[in-house]
Design a protein around this ligand. Structure first.
Ligand SMILES: [Zn+2]
Length: 286
């Protein structure tokens, strides 16, 4: 699933290609968009909040989208997918913007975007640094939530998806099931995770190791059954259906034991991410 960094990059891409251009023709094939016609409007800007994409037009309307697992946008060339999969197609002055298989699409008044994103926690990948104290406050209200579930809950913080929910606990040596109320040093974990996702949003592609910046690269995500890259213990995990937070999960039982109380290991994180450009981000824990 695209995470906050990917959606932010998509918004920037739409901006570079289409901001300031008039929509010349608009075709929708989504029951929620019946009667919606954006032809004649100018695309002002694309933005993101967490995993929500917001495309604003000069008539005061915002097209919002959430891609979940299956959706995508084609920016520029004509989409080749069959018509019924192209839920919305906009003919812009300089190319086509097509939402393919996008499961959540709708129109809202730009002034009322908070109806769509108002319930979300601070946006990790926005132009402003997120308020991590506000995230800590929200986590303090759900002390029994397992770490990965709490990171995935967009009401706590908007932007982390399952890659980060698997990788961040590994990097700091905490079990994904460790209740957040029993974790010492959560602020350091959040600062580190924010630094990594913001770096990926700015540079792309998504990378949680810093080792092969031209490749999508992860420590243990979807590597269940393989060996821990640090201690060579066999990685364990859950399929989606067995996971309390309904996502594929992997962890190292030696590096990430579930304990009564556990402290985030920032030395381990600094060692593992020694080559990651996230180290230059302001939220990186010093
Ligand atoms: Zn290990």
């Amino acid at each position: 699933m695209p995470e906050g960094d990917t959606i932010r990059r998509l918004a920037e891409w739409i901006n570079r290609r289409f901001a300031g251009q008039r929509c010349e023709r608009c075709v929708t094939r989504d029951p929620r968009l019946v009667h919606v016609d954006l032809a004649g409007t100018v695309l002002r800007e694309a933005d993101a909040h967490g995993k929500h994409l917001l495309i604003r037009f000069d008539d005061g309307r915002t097209l919002f989208a959430h891609l979940r697992m299956e959706g995508s946008f084609k920016v520029g060339p004509r989409a080749i997918e069959p018509e019924w999969r192209r839920r919305i197609e906009l003919w812009m002055e300089d190319g086509r913007l097509t939402g393919v298989d996008v499961p959540v699409l709708g129109i809202v008044a730009t002034a009322h975007e908070d109806r769509i994103v108002g319930h979300l926690g601070p946006d990790l990948c926005g132009p402003e640094l997120p308020d991590l104290d506000a995230v800590l406050d929200r986590l303090a209200e759900v002390p029994d939530e397992p770490l990965s579930g709490a990171l995935l809950d967009q009401r706590n913080v908007a932007g982390f998806g399952n890659v980060y929910a698997v990788e961040l606990p590994f990097v700091v040596g905490v079990s994904p099931s460790q209740p957040v109320g029993t974790i010492g040093g959560l602020a350091g974990l959040l600062g580190l995770g924010t630094a990594v996702i913001r770096t990926n949003a700015a540079r792309g592609p998504q990378n949680t190791t810093g080792r092969k910046l031209q490749l999508d690269d992860h420590w243990i995500y979807r590597k269940r059954g393989r060996l821990c890259p640090l201690c060579a213990t066999t990685l364990v995990g859950w399929e989606e259906r067995n996971s309390p937070w309904r996502r594929v999960t992997t962890w190292c039982p030696t590096c990430q034991p579930l304990e009564d109380n556990r402290t985030v290991d920032l030395d381990r994180a600094r060692r593992l991410l020694a080559l990651h450009p996230a180290r230059r981000e302001p939220t990186w824990p010093r």
